[in-house]
Design a protein around this ligand. Structure first.
Ligand SMILES: Nc1ncnc2c1ncn2[C@@H]1O[C@H](COP(=O)(O)OP(=O)(O)O)[C@@H](O)[C@H]1O
Ligand SMILES: [Mg+2]
Length: 318
């Protein structure tokens, strides 16, 4: 549904977007991840036709954003950063207005407005002027305008920014509910958001695409992925470390914490052909049983997107 090829944008001598390519199919939610200033909003503005690209090709539903802008835009809903809205309009009037702009009229318009008021939980404020809304309701009103024409493609620029935890949860659920029928891109610098709603991720840094894949695949790149954390009662690290190191497939062992009652260690597997060792927790369990160590806790660390994000985006040329 969304196809981006070799996209470039300069602001003066600043290269804000550097040869970025990706695509998003129906049913997918693409998490567009990157630190502030990475080029996320600029990319989204180009996809929605709000600013032109300097180089590259963008198609939405097969329509080129330069050659067929009206058709391409009609397929898209867009929630910009700091979305603008008319302060003196009521929520309902604003949504009716946006529906008209989107070519939804007559009884269809009434149905569309009622649908988004319900979807975005706006019943309580529907007759209130927009300038009197709290931040959460204002945000939901802007969200509502982006889906009023039930678009096949949704471009959401930091859709949960500035919301409280309950509101974040609601918006994420809303996105998940809609995702089956749409192709969605959402930008964020919040990693838990990616875990919560995205089916794939790209990481952009300094305008450049630096990683892409499934959230689980990216987590596996974390140095700690597939390591095993084991907490044992009534043992000293010095007495157990060499035995843990001797387990088949183990690269190294480190002490995480130790006191007179227990000792917590991390057992790090060898990398085999770029893949990590599986089943290490089971081996550690058997070793501990054979040695008569009392296991208090045993778990596999699936890796942290956080580590991967930081290691990729805190390098060299900022
Ligand atoms: N209109 C503009 N004029 C000049 N520089 C801009 C403009 N818009 C964005 N930039 C610069 O481009 C880079 C990318 O910005 P942006 O796309 O907003 O990043 P993000 O959304 O990832 O935080 C930043 O360095 C920003 O300062
Ligand atoms: Mg931005």
């Amino acid at each position: 549904m969304i196809n981006v090829e070799n996209l470039n944008k300069w602001f003066g001598s600043k290269r804000a977007v550097n040869n970025v390519s990706f695509n998003v199919n129906k049913g997918e939610v693409l998490g567009f991840l990157g630190p502030n200033g990475a080029g996320k909003s600029t990319t989204m503005r180009m996809i929605t036709g709000y600013i032109p690209a300097d180089e590259g090709k963008i198609t939405v539903g097969g329509f080129d954003i330069d050659e067929d802008p009206v058709k391409a835009k009609s397929l898209m809903g867009y929630l910009p950063e700091n979305a603008p809205a008319y302060g003196d309009m009521t929520v309902t009037a604003f949504l009716r207005f946006i529906a008209s702009l989107r070519g939804v009229s007559g009884s269809e318009r009434t149905i569309a407005v009622e649908r988004v008021i319900e979807t975005c939980f706006l019943q309580a404020v529907r007759h209130q002027p927009i300038e009197t809304l709290s931040k959460g309701f204002l945000h939901r009103t802007c969200f509502a305008q982006s889906i009023i024409h039930d678009p096949e493609v949704l471009i959401l620029d930091e859709p949960t920014d500035g919301l409280d935890p309950n509101q974040k949860h609601e918006v994420r659920n809303l996105i998940k509910r809609m995702s089956e029928r749409k192709a969605i891109i959402l930008s964020t610098h919040i990693l838990e958001e990616v875990d919560a709603v995205c089916s794939k991720v790209i990481i952009i840094n300094n305008g450049k695409l630096v990683a892409d894949g499934l959230p689980a695949e990216l987590k596996k790149r974390s140095a700690m992925a597939d390591s095993v954390i084991v907490k044992l009662n009534n043992v000293k690290y010095a007495d157990i470390s060499s035995r843990l190191e001797g387990i088949d497939g183990v690269d190294s062992v480190m002490c995480l914490s130790e006191n007179e009652h227990s000792c917590e260690t991390r057992v790090i597997p060898k990398k085999t052909d770029g893949n990590y060792q599986n089943g290490l927790a089971e081996k550690v369990y058997h070793e501990a049983s054979d040695a008569d160590w009392e296991i208090c806790e045993l778990k596999t660390d699936e890796g942290r997107l956080d580590d991967v994000f930081r290691s990729i985006t805190t390098t060299d040329d900022r």
